[in-house]
Design a protein around this ligand. Structure first.
Ligand SMILES: NC(=O)c1ccc[n+]([C@@H]2O[C@H](COP(=O)([O-])OP(=O)(O)OC[C@H]3O[C@@H](n4cnc5c(N)ncnc54)[C@H](O)[C@@H]3O)[C@@H](O)[C@H]2O)c1
Length: 259
């Protein structure tokens, strides 16, 4: 998706979108650019440059699981566009689906590095830039998997993202900075150019994944997955000035799935 649903909604705003090479982040970044934002597409994958070029926007390649990557990305955006107004922390995603008893310690660490640290580091790294601007917004992409099976370390990481959202909102409200999150449920995606698990999924992991899909579809009141567009829309609403009285909130976007 790249069309402007609300043309001009982000006119004059500098927006950093992380994980913008594919999936939800790509859709968010393309639409933010179509709606007038000056967008920096940040990703670890080199092909993020091709995606940004579709929108006539700029890209930056960084590993956001490191402090240096997060700090460099924010510095680059501020230098390129003269400041930052909005940060959308979208990097994350469960690497492996398996019962908790099947997780090896290093696999637990990898989930926390992927789905907690990029948001924690990027939130910290953007602060001087938002302070310099006198305000702004941070939208974190969490997950409804904080109530779901077979990905407990990922769920724990996203529980951490929720805690960052609520606690940082309290600290920053007096500085004219909103901190909000969406918690997406299961979302249909085209085949991923970058797989979540570079090693590929084993037969057992595919079976556990199928159990996750069944659980999510059963417990969602709407009994279906979301589209990527259905995830991008509330992220962009929360990022926009239309949401000016919303902070500290975590919006479930999960078809009524309460686990
Ligand atoms: N797709 C779903 O069903 C779903 C459900 C709930 C929540 N979410 C959340 O939505 C967000 C996006 O999900 P998606 O399915 O579109 O993701 P995806 O796996 O399709 O894409 C993630 C992007 O982030 C990039 N990335 C990964 N690690 C990175 C790093 N260390 N540094 C920089 N870039 C990195 C990847 O290269 C990729 O472009 C994630 O936070 C995920 O947890 C997704």
């Amino acid at each position: 998706m790249s069309g402007a649903v609300f043309p001009g909604r982000f006119a004059g705003k500098v927006i950093v979108v992380t994980g913008a090479a594919q999936g939800i982040g790509r859709a968010v970044a393309l639409r933010a650019a179509a709606e007038g934002g000056k967008v920096l597409f940040v990703d670890r994958a080199d092909f993020v440059a091709e995606v940004a070029a579709e929108a006539g926007a700029e890209a930056f390649t960084a590993d956001l699981e490191t402090w240096d990557g997060a700090e460099a990305a924010m510095r680059h955006a501020a230098r390129l566009y003269g400041g930052i107004d909005i940060l959308i922390n979208n990097v994350g995603g469960a690497i492996r689906m398996r019962p908790f008893a099947e997780f090896e310690p290093e696999q637990i660490d990898a989930e926390i590095r992927r789905s907690l640290m990029p948001t924690l580091y990027s939130c910290r790294a953007v602060l001087p830039h938002l302070f310099a601007r006198g305000g702004g917004a941070i939208v974190n992409v969490s997950s409804n998997a904080t109530r779901g099976i077979h990905r407990v370390p990922y769920s724990a990481a996203k529980g951490g993202v929720n805690a960052i959202t609520q606690s940082l909102a309290m600290e920053l409200a007096g500085r004219n900075i909103r901190v909000v999150a969406t918690a997406p449920g299961g979302t249909e995606a085209p085949p991923r150019r970058i797989p979540r698990n570079a090693e590929g999924d084993s037969a057992a992991e595919k079976a556990w994944m199928a159990e996750v899909v069944d659980q999510v579809k059963q417990s969602a009141l709407m009994h279906r997955y979301a589209t990527i567009e259905e995830q991008a829309a509330p992220i962009l609403f929360l990022a926009s000035d239309e949401a000016s009285y919303i902070t500290g909130s975590i919006l479930p976007v999960a078809g009524g799935d309460t686990g």
